[in-house]
Write a protein of this length. Structure first.
Length: 137
């Protein structure tokens, strides 16, 4: 479909009201995936990446056994937000739909008996706020 420059196209119907434009903007914000971009809104990103790398890296870090299968992208222990997004483990603007949040909350990660520490409530709040925050326009 070719872009016409106006939405809806001239002659197609009435334009959007200011309230409808705000609602549409909120929906578009929800589709945003700029979590990995440096910005003031993403200020918690480096801290989150650090604690994910520290806590998860002991098991998901570099493979100790040369014959071991490589970790799926985003599970290599780096805690890299961009890789977690690419792997689908973080769903932008949807912490509840993010696999990373689910496994940390349901205690399947780290698994029982693992040496890695459980994330604190403050860390989980920081992660969910970071994922759920509104994206920049």
């Amino acid at each position: 479909m070719e872009r016409c420059g106006t939405c809806p196209p001239v002659g197609y119907g009435p334009g959007l009201s200011a309230a409808e434009q705000r609602t549409l903007g909120d929906v578009v914000d929800g589709l945003c995936s700029d979590l990995a971009q440096p910005s003031p809104e993403n200020g918690d990103g480096p801290a989150i990446e650090r604690w994910l790398a520290d806590d998860c890296g002991s098991c998901h870090g570099a493979q100790q056994d040369a014959g071991a299968a490589p970790e799926p992208r985003g599970l290599d222990g780096t805690g890299d937000i961009a890789e977690l997004l690419a792997a689908g483990l973080i769903v932008p603007c949807d912490a509840e739909g993010s696999e990373l949040v689910r496994v940390l909350r349901d205690n399947s990660m780290p698994p029982p008996g693992a040496s890695a520490p459980r994330p604190t409530r403050a860390e989980l709040r920081q992660l969910t706020r970071f994922i759920d925050r509104r994206c920049r326009r």
